[in-house]
Design a protein around this ligand. Sequence first.
Ligand code: UDX
Length: 464
Amino acid sequence: MRVCVIGTGYVGLVTGVCLAHIGHHVICVDNNVEKVKLMQSGQSPIYEPGLSELMQENAQAGRLEFTSDIAKGVEHGEILFIAVGTPALPTGESDTRYVESVARGIGAHLNGGYKVIVNKSTVPIGSGDWVRMIVLDGMAERTKVPITVGGGKAVSQLIEESPANFDVVSNPEFLREGSAIYDTFNPDRIVLGSNSQKAIEMMKELYAPLVERQFANDTSLAPVPVVVTDLSSAEMIKYAANAFLATKISFINEVANICDRVGADVTQVAQGIGLDSRIGTKFLQAGIGWGGSCFPKDVSALIHTADDYGYEAELLKATVNINQRQRLIVIEKLQHELKILKGKTVGFLGLTFKPDTDDMRDAPSLILIEQLKRLGARVKAYDPIVSQSGLSHGLSNVMIETDPEMLADKCDALVLVTDWQEFLTLDYGKMSRLMINPVMIDGRNFLDRGKLESFGFRYIGIGR
Ligand code: UDX
């Protein structure tokens, strides 16, 4: 099928590349000309394992193109994905101006044949109809006919009467950064929300190779479930899924804090409850809390939507509050170990919000750095990606070290902030000897306590 993906951030680029890989002809559109040039040369603008290789392979096979010309993309695609960012505004609401501008652009270039316009961006509930309205608006602007034609008819009336040959589908994305390609080829489910049967059928055809697991090595796997819903329910599914996962993490973090006080070990507790199939073992890793580009913004947006409709989402507010408090537990633990933090040097192992990404959005490290600086401590950091890329991500108040031993040198304590795999095999013996005070606060309960203690570290986990 002919596909156009507008927006080449995490979701858009991975979606475009993977759809090309399953045999579709994909044009990815981005208004950033420099970024388009980079992608045309086969380089990925984001760090995601395996992505560049897949980009190059599919571009060479002639199934994947990049352009900054939205007209070309819209003309090409029978399915048009909107995959631009919806960052949180300071109020917690989603900033939908990029979605609006793309929808208007689609409207301005929509040509003859039937098209399916797909919302892949996480958009506020109710955005399906809104996107339809904006696309119609864009069409009206093109033909220089003001949207109020027809004797000042209501927009809803115009939508019904419009001969516009398109439908809108909500198709939320559940991929995780760092395993985005695996997640796209092996989804737990595909959610399609629309009021149009025709659009749903086209989307099913698009995803058929994934649904039938043509790319899984394991032939015993059942087909991927496809959940067909109305537009608003599909939009809600995305928010509810992220809010549930964030709540699950905040829950185990709360249990960890109680474990700390009563002398239980949260890792054992998580295993013991997780094996109950009604609970499940995933997302029960206690630590310094969740961050990233999705959980914080989506939980806030859902709280905000509830508020708009006169409902106070108390559980979700607690989920956020527990998460904010959780990050600062590291400070409490450092104060307990080192007493006065003024004049002390703290080394961070990891900066990104999770491993295998260079994403610093809402990373717990940021607030920790801010608090430690406020208390007069010096902060150094080593992160496998941030240190190597030379990108300091605006971290002017942190000394970025290029290797873990230089990080440990003359530190009063280390804090493991991100559970990068390579942190399991560092030379902790050497590192402890280089430190003033071999204290390790393991903010992800990731390291082997016995091993660290045998190297002379005082090991402090979260809730264990
Ligand atoms: C998340 C959702 O998982 C994905 O479905 C959605 O599409 C986007 O948001 P992502 O933000 O990439 O994906 O990361 P994820 O792996 O879910 O981790 C989110 C945060 O939770 C990280 O900061 C991670 O460290 C933290 N986390 C995760 C925990 O603290 N404990 C856990 O058990 C799991």
